[in-house]
Design a protein around this ligand. Sequence first.
Ligand code: PGA
Length: 256
Amino acid sequence: MDRKSLIIGNWKMNLTHLEAIAVTQRLWYRLNPADFDRADVVIAPPFTCLRTLQTLILADRMPFALGAQHVHWEQDGAFTGEVSAGMLVKLDVGYVIVGHSERRAMFGEADELVRKRVRSVLSAGMTPVVCVGETVSQRESGETEMVVTTQLRGALRRLTAQQRADVVVAYEPVWAIGTGRHASADDAGEVCELLRNTVAAMGGPDAGEAVRILYGGSVNPGNIAGFMAKTHIDGALVGGASLDPDTFAAVIRYWM
Ligand code: PGA
């Protein structure tokens, strides 16, 4: 099966809505239609930029998709500081990152909460980007496989086969995020194959074939091609390198 490449820029807590306009315009100027034929390109800015970028993307007919970095699982209610899937859909958000290791480590995001967010994102018609990954000590004690499959199984519990095919999975080793130390393409490719097999075991072979699996963790213009050459890696979740339009464009155009 042909899985379209997917490159997601996760801006984390960076850039105001004014800066977001300039960065998005500059990125767009550096890309051409062939880039978007090859890859879906998603910008996942802070919540405060979503409305602004929705307007910019619509007005200038930019082929970017919008992503959100977080969501609450309830539709509405007394949840101070939270944002619901329904609110994101109204802003044309297509993808929502869930289970990022920064949220797991700093905001107590356990597998059960990841699962609830995945369900609410899917119910609203958006695509969850489920992040899994091991810490350095888990890797050193040989627990990588167990950790990532447990996280993925937890996130995909009680979904239909179609829903399991519709998620995006991002393998992000915690020790590689924001450190400049990336996984080798071989290691990342093996873990992504394991994740695909896990989706196939839960949702059937078609779901395993269809699901898009990304690598994330210090992706940059110099290492992206190695990851993309791996059969089971369909794209990248890019943090630091997505903040600069020249660098992010070079990541997206790695094949040039
Ligand atoms: P990084 O972040 O590219 O800065 O390592 C990746 C991520 O956290 O998604």
